[in-house]
Design a protein around this ligand. Structure first.
Ligand code: PLP
Length: 357
C-alpha cells in the first residue's frame, strides 16, 4: 500500500494542533488562543473540536459495529473522496477509475486535483461483467509503462447512484483481487440495501476503503459527517493530511444525537424501503412507464416514454426529480427519490394525471 502513496504525502510532517498535543482533561485551557466564553447557544462553541472525533468514533463502534482503529471522520464522505484522491494520485500523472454511470463527485474532485478519470462501462443491466473488467484492467496495466502514471483508485459505488443497484460481495471481492490499486466502495446507501456490506472484507484487503455517510439514512446531510472504514495504515494517512478540525463540534454532536436514536433511524429505513417497493409497483403500472429498475437504495430509476416531458409536468406541480437521460444506458430515465408517504402520494398523483394527458 505504501508504494501507492504520493511522495509528498508519504513524507508529510502533519500539522500538530493544540488539541492534538494535549488530549487529557484540564481545568484551564490557555493553549489554543480560543475565546474564554461562548456567545451562542452551544456552550462549548468557543472551543476547537476534537480533531480525531474520538467520542463519535467510539459511538459509531458501539452502534454500527465499526471498530474505532479502522475509522476516520470526514466533512461528509465527499471530503473523504477528495482526501483519497489527494493521498494517492500524483496530479497530471496518475488516474482514478470509476464505473459508468456513477456518482459525479469522483470526476469533479479528480478534475479539481488535475487527476485523469478512466471509466469502466456497466452493462445494460448496470452490472459489472467480470471478464470485461479483467480485460479492461489488463489493457490498462499494459498501457502503464507508456504513460508513466498508474490508476491508483477505483471508486465502486454500491448501491450505485444513479442506477440504484448494489453489487454482490463476490463481485466486490473479485474487484479487490484483480485491481492492484486502492478499492474505495462508496456505501452511502448501504442502510437501504439487502446486500452484505464490503466492511466484512476489510480484514483481508489492506487496500480496501469503505465510505459511509450520515447524510442519507441518518438524516443529517446538513451536518456534513462521513466515515471512512479501512486499514489502520490508510486511517493514519487520512488523519495526517486532513484539515485538523475538519468536522465541527456541532456536527459531531448532531451525529452523536442521531446515533442515540438509531432505533428510530432503523424504523425510518424500514418505512422507506417499504415505500420504495410500493412506489415502484405503482409507477410500473403507469401507461408511459417502460421500465422500473430494481433498487437497493432510497431512490430508483424509471424509464419513461419522454423523460423531459414528464420532468416538466412534475416541475409544474412543484415536484423536482432528477433527469438522468444523459447517462450511459439511462436514456429517458428519471431518478426518483423515495420521500415521505405524503410526498410519494403527491408524486404518484402527478404522474397519474400526466398519464391521463
Ligand atoms: C449522497 C452521496 C454521498 C454523500 O456525500 P456526503 O458528502 O456524505 O453528503 C456519497 N456518495 C454517494 C454516491 C452519494 O450519492
Amino acid at each position: 500500500m505504501r508504494s501507492l502513496v504520493r511522495k509528498n504525502i508519504a513524507s508529510l510532517r502533519p500539522y500538530s494542533s493544540a488539541r492534538n498535543e494535549f488530549t487529557g482533561t484540564a481545568e484551564v485551557y490557555l493553549d489554543a488562543n480560543e475565546s474564554a466564553q461562548s456567545f451562542v447557544s452551544l456552550a462549548t462553541a468557543n472551543r476547537y473540536p476534537d480533531p480525531q472525533a474520538a467520542l463519535l468514533r467510539s459511538q459509531i463502534a458501539e452502534v454500527m459495529g465499526l471498530p474505532p482503529e479502522r475509522t476516520v471522520i470526514g466533512s461528509g464522505s465527499d471530503e473523504l473522496i477528495d482526501n483519497l484522491i489527494r493521498i494517492f494520485c500524483e496530479p497530471r500523472q496518475d488516474s482514478i477509475l470509476t464505473l459508468n454511470p456513477t456518482y459525479g463527485a469522483y470526476r469533479v474532485f479528480s478534475d479539481i486535483n488535475d487527476v485523469a478519470v478512466k471509466t469502466f462501462d456497466l452493462d445494460s443491466e448496470f452490472a459489472i461483467d467480470q471478464s470485461s473488467l479483467e480485460e479492461f484492467l489488463a489493457a490498462e496495466r499494459a498501457a502503464r509503462t507508456l504513460e508513466g502514471g498508474q490508476t491508483k483508485l477505483f471508486f465502486l459505488c454500491s448501491p450505485n447512484n444513479p442506477t440504484g443497484n448494489a453489487f454482490s460481495l463476490e463481485t466486490i471481492e473479485a474487484v479487490c483481487e484483480c485491481f492492484d490499486g486502492i478499492v474505495a466502495v462508496d456505501e452511502a446507501y448501504q442502510d437501504f440495501s439487502s446486500r452484505e456490506s464490503a466492511v466484512s472484507l476489510l480484514d483481508r484487503y489492506e487496500k480496501l476503503v469503505v465510505l459511509r455517510t450520515f447524510s442519507k439514512a441518518w438524516g443529517i446531510a446538513s451536518a456534513r459527517v462521513g466515515i471512512a472504514i479501512t486499514s489502520p495504515g490508510i486511517v493514519a494517512l487520512i488523519a495526517s493530511m486532513k484539515y485538523p478540525y475538519n468536522v465541527g463540534g456541532p456536527s459531531q454532536a448532531l451525529a452523536l444525537e442521531a446515533l442515540s436514536r438509531a432505533e428510530r433511524v432503523r424504523e425510518s429505513v424500514g418505512r422507506t424501503v417499504a415505500e420504495r417497493e410500493r412506489l415502484a409497483t405503482e409507477v410500473a403500472r403507469l401507461p408511459f412507464v417502460e421500465r422500473v429498475f430494481p433498487s437497493d437504495a432510497n431512490f430508483f430509476l424509471v424509464r419513461v416514454r419522454e423523460a423531459k416531458a414528464v420532468y416538466r409536468a412534475l416541475v409544474e406541480k412543484g415536484i423536482i426529480v432528477r433527469d438522468r437521460s444523459g447517462e450511459l444506458h439511462c436514456s429517458e430515465c428519471l431518478r426518483l427519490t423515495v420521500g415521505s408517504s405524503e410526498e410519494n402520494e403527491r408524486l404518484l398523483n402527478a404522474l397519474k394525471e400526466y398519464g391521463r394527458g
